[in-house]
Design a protein around this ligand. Sequence first.
Ligand code: PLP
Length: 388
Amino acid sequence: MTKDWTTKLIHSDAQVPEGFRSLVTPVHRGSTVLFPQAAAANDHWNQHEVGYTYGLYGTPTTLELAAKVCELEKGFRTLITPGGQGAIALIHLALLKTGDHVLLPESIYGPNRKLVNDVMRRFGVEASYYPPLAGPAINSAFRANTRMVWCESPGSVTMEVQDVPAIVEVAHRHDAVVVLDNTWSSGIFFDAFAHGVDITMQALTKYIGGHSDLLLGSVTARDAATYERLGETHQLLGCAASPDDCSLALRGMKTLSVRLKAVEQSAYAIAQWLQSRPEVEVVLHPALPSCPGHEIWKRDFTGSTGLFSIVFRERFTKEQVLAFVDALQLFEIGYSWGGVTSLAMAYDLHSPKRPNYGSRIVRLYVGLEDVDDLKADIEQAMKAAIGK
Ligand SMILES: Cc1ncc(COP(=O)(O)O)c(C=O)c1O
């Protein structure tokens, strides 16, 4: 048919050469997905089963990232969410119902705790917290209605390494699923499914993205039935991730091995050196014996990454600890981690159920800067803090 130029802007006959080959996954953007005939239209979320139906459920860019994360984690299948916290929310909302009880470690990532306390409780889900080092003793925390147990190993800020296989063993006896926040190990240094975990999530925002320029999350299921439940809820919550962010994450993944090795080496060197500093009471780095659960890390993990914490000696005031963080010149002050830049953040831990670190705990993320420069930065900031 003949077309006016305005129609041609939308329905063009212009041709481009075929056969472009590149090393890079194209960014497939799209809400509408075209069907060849009216009868072929379908709104099912599982595009692995029915083909592409709607951009909300993933374009080839999103699904390639999902497949690659799944391959690394050795799960059944992975869903991508718009952030790590979105992945956490998806898991709770997909698998819990009114009257269920969920168990979380005291060391769980703060917004996960808040979601459970503020939102899930409103929907009639009970929650309670167990000591992260409980291991098999978690048994006494179970109730008749416990359906889900969270692990996060090592724990946020306080870095306790959990005995995940022991927790799995008890949870499965009680018919509860075990979910692991596997962000610290980037899904690489802890083989969650081999250790019995049912569902893993990661903030891809951290190491997979690797450059502090995106927010993404992943949820990986061990089996098809769990994946179905998660996938349906993913659709209904509208958890679409941006293909542009997924393309950045796919690029980040290509250098993940070298970045992880580099931050592992640098963080371990700095953590070891910090042990000998007179200002430091304890270094909470899973690869050091001073970290709670270190023996479990040795048994279950194949490496460590760039995030750990230090606790200043009791004589240090909150003001001095904050002055230390302020005096750092290479370590920037900011949340999150997993990028190329070293970061520091001071925390306040005053709950009677948490270790007695008070305001003396600082979390460090070691990036890709030179190790000696980073040590010199910490040394000068310690001197400056003591002077306060
Ligand atoms: C252990 C852990 N899990 C989950 C998240 C949430 O990830 P996001 O910031 O992508 O929502 C974070 C973020 O800091 C985290 O540290």
